[in-house]
Design a protein around this ligand. Structure first.
Ligand code: GLU
Length: 368
């Protein structure tokens, strides 16, 4: 039902679906996937594909082992493999008369508001032109500090930016289990998660595949982002032929049902930030004020952690270190260090120039 009711659907494919353990391309699978996409299109769904595989295909072509690759080498390998990846898609999808385009994103493209709006517009224009965007991280220039590093979180950010109704993470496992299914025979597949924080406590989430970068932990991170952005998410085993059809017919997967959120697009973007640059620790009085819908003032800040600029994403933590809100800081970390604990009307004198009186304005803040 959740699949049928979704209009905009983001589908993420892991490398292990495209390339098997013997490094053979899974052509039959990709054709069956293209058939699924054709069907979704005929039901008027707008589809975005997020596909890994640049590094896996680059390694295949160059006969390299991914495990031994250093970052700079893997960037070159990704550049070689990305063309292989798109060729593969283009050849297979053209047989089904599906048009595809390529979008390569870096972390800043979703973390900076203006760039994320730009990306959204490009996605919308491609829908209008009847092209299916195939997205990957721009691995050729991303360095570790400014990298998603896994396409699970990248896909969730794409889902959030495009206001998608559903994110499908096609993996090589059926979904989220109560324990590690590779070790414990009595591990049970969890079919539905409706209360995110309650339902995933004490669940096994470690485990990586040979080629992919994401394990279950990055999928949970992706689910968190979708949950707050108002998109549903499903983790399903993509190894079967016609993997989307299988979700529809067998439903042997894990659904994450988002609590309906009334946040506007800007606030959804704030809350979904993957890489907040710093933390503000606040006192109880400020916490109470924030709860009542007020802005965060310098007087209530006890400590600043991290180095950030004006306008950067920050986490707001209470005295116990519990994340309480996220927002955009109106001051740099250096400035906040000078004004914390002070009354707002002292700021001008301390800094020597006029500035805002709120450190995080209520319109730039989302409580968690
Ligand atoms: N962007 C990487 C690639 O195309 C994959 C990242 C991941 O495995 O999630 O190879």
């Amino acid at each position: 039902m959740l699949l049928k009711n979704s209009k905009i659907i983001v589908i993420k494919i892991g490398s292990s679906l495209l390339v098997d353990k013997n490094r053979e391309i899974r052509n039959r699978w990709l054709s069956s996937f293209a058939q699924d996409i054709k069907k979704l299109k005929s039901n008027n769904k707008k589809v975005i594909i997020v596909s890994s595989g640049a590094i896996a295909l680059g390694c295949k072509k160059m006969n390299y082992d991914k495990a031994n690759l250093k970052l700079d080498k893997s960037q070159a390998i990704a550049s070689i493999g990305q063309i292989e990846l798109m060729n593969l898609f283009s050849q297979t999808f053209s047989k089904y008369k599906i048009n595809i385009s390529q979008i390569l994103l870096t972390l800043e493209d979703t973390e900076e508001r203006r760039r994320s709006i730009n990306a959204k517009r490009t996605f919308e224009n491609l829908f209008q032109l009847d092209y299916i965007p195939v997205v990957n991280e721009n691995d050729t220039i991303a360095t570790t500090e400014i990298k998603y590093g896994d396409n699970d979180r990248l896909a969730s950010r794409v889902a959030q930016i495009t206001n998608a109704d559903l994110l499908i993470l096609l993996s090589d496992v059926d979904g989220l289990f109560t324990k590690n299914p590779k070790i414990f025979k009595d591990a049970k597949l969890i079919k539905k998660i409706t209360n995110f924080n309650r339902d995933i406590k004490n669940i096994y989430i470690k485990g990586k595949t040979e080629f992919g970068s994401g394990g279950m932990d990055t999928k949970i991170e992706a689910a968190k982002i979708c949950n707050l952005a108002g998109s549903n998410m499903v983790i399903a085993n993509g190894l079967h032929l016609n993997p989307i059809d299988q979700i529809d017919k067998k439903n042997n997967c894990t659904w994450f049902v988002s609590k309906v959120t009334k946040l506007d697009a800007r606030k959804k973007w704030i809350i979904s930030s993957i890489s907040p640059k710093g933390k503000l620790i606040i006192d109880d009085g400020a916490k109470k004020a924030l709860k009542n819908g007020k802005s965060l003032l310098a007087a209530g800040i006890k400590k600043v952690l991290g180095n950030f600029k004006k306008g950067d994403h920050v986490k707001v933590l209470d005295k116990k270190g519990k994340e309480f809100a996220r927002g955009l800081s109106s001051f740099s970390s250096d400035e906040i260090n000078k004004i914390l604990g002070c009354h707002s009307n002292e700021i001008k004198k301390i800094l020597g120039y006029i500035s805002k009186s709120e450190v995080v304005h209520k319109d730039d803040m989302v409580k968690i």
